[in-house]
Design a binder for this molecule. Structure first.
Ligand SMILES: CC(C)(COP(=O)(O)OP(=O)(O)OC[C@H]1O[C@@H](n2cnc3c(N)ncnc32)[C@H](O)[C@@H]1OP(=O)(O)O)[C@@H](O)C(=O)NCCC(=O)NCCS
Length: 160
C-alpha cells in the first residue's frame, strides 16, 4: 500500500476534461468524446465525477470515474486508471471516493456494467462489495456480454 498517501481524490472539473478524454482513448474501445464529457460536467445535474491526482501535482489526472445519481441509485458510468499505475489500489481509492459522495447524496445502492472478460475490474468491484446480479447479453459494440453488478452502500466495505 503506502501509495494511497501520495494521491488524493477530488471532484473533476472542466480543466481535467482533456486529460480524462486522453485516458478514455487509451482505456476503452468506444471512448466518450470531449463534448460528452464536458456536458457531463457542465450540464448533467445527475452526474458526479471525481479524479485521483498526485498530492504534489493536483492538476495531473491519474484516474477518474463517475456516476449518475438517479433517485436512490448510483449508476457508475466510467472508471479508469492510467496503465502505468494499475494494481496499486488507485481504482479502490476512486470507487471509495465515489461511494462516499453517493452516500452524501442519499444514494442507497450502486450499480455498474463490466465486461465478462474484465477480471481486474471485477476483482476491484468485488473487493468493494459489489455482487453480480445479472448479465446483459451483447451489451458492448463488439457484442461482448456485460455483468450487472450491485452494491448496497450501507453494507459495503465495513468489515473489509
Ligand atoms: C479496472 C481498473 C480501474 C482497476 O484499477 P486498479 O487501480 O488497477 O485497481 P486495483 O489496484 O484495485 O487492482 C484491481 C485488480 O487488478 C489487478 N491488476 C490489474 N492491472 C494490473 C497491473 N497492471 N499490475 C498489477 N495488477 C494489476 C490487481 O492485481 C487487482 O487484482 P487483485 O485484487 O486480485 O489484487 C484498471 O485496471 C483500469 O483502468 N482498467 C481499464 C479501464 C477499465 O477496464 N475500467 C473498468 C470498466 S467497467
Amino acid at each position: 500500500m503506502g501509495d494511497e498517501a501520495q494521491y488524493l481524490f477530488r471532484p473533476m472539473t472542466i480543466l481535467d476534461v482533456e486529460q480524462v478524454c486522453a485516458l478514455e482513448q487509451i482505456c476503452f474501445a468506444d471512448p466518450w468524446s470531449e463534448k460528452s464529457m464536458r456536458d457531463e460536467i457542465e450540464k448533467n445535474e445527475l452526474a458526479y465525477y471525481g479524479v485521483i491526482v498526485p498530492v504534489e501535482d493536483t492538476s495531473k489526472v491519474v484516474a477518474y470515474g463517475g456516476f449518475w445519481g438517479i433517485i436512490d441509485e448510483g449508476h457508475i458510468t466510467n472508471i479508469a486508471v492510467v496503465p502505468e499505475l494499475r494494481g496499486k489500489r488507485l481504482g479502490q481509492m476512486l470507487v471509495t471516493g465515489l461511494m462516499e459522495i453517493a452516500k452524501m447524496r442519499n444514494i442507497e445502492r450502486m450499480t455498474l456494467e463490466v465486461r465478462v472478460s474484465n477480471q481486474s475490474a471485477q476483482r476491484l468491484y468485488e473487493r468493494m462489495g459489489f455482487e453480480t446480479q445479472g448479465i446483459r447479453k451483447k451489451y458492448y459494440e463488439d457484442k461482448e456480454d456485460a455483468l450487472i453488478m450491485w452494491c448496497e452502500l450501507n453494507k459495503e466495505g465495513e468489515d473489509k
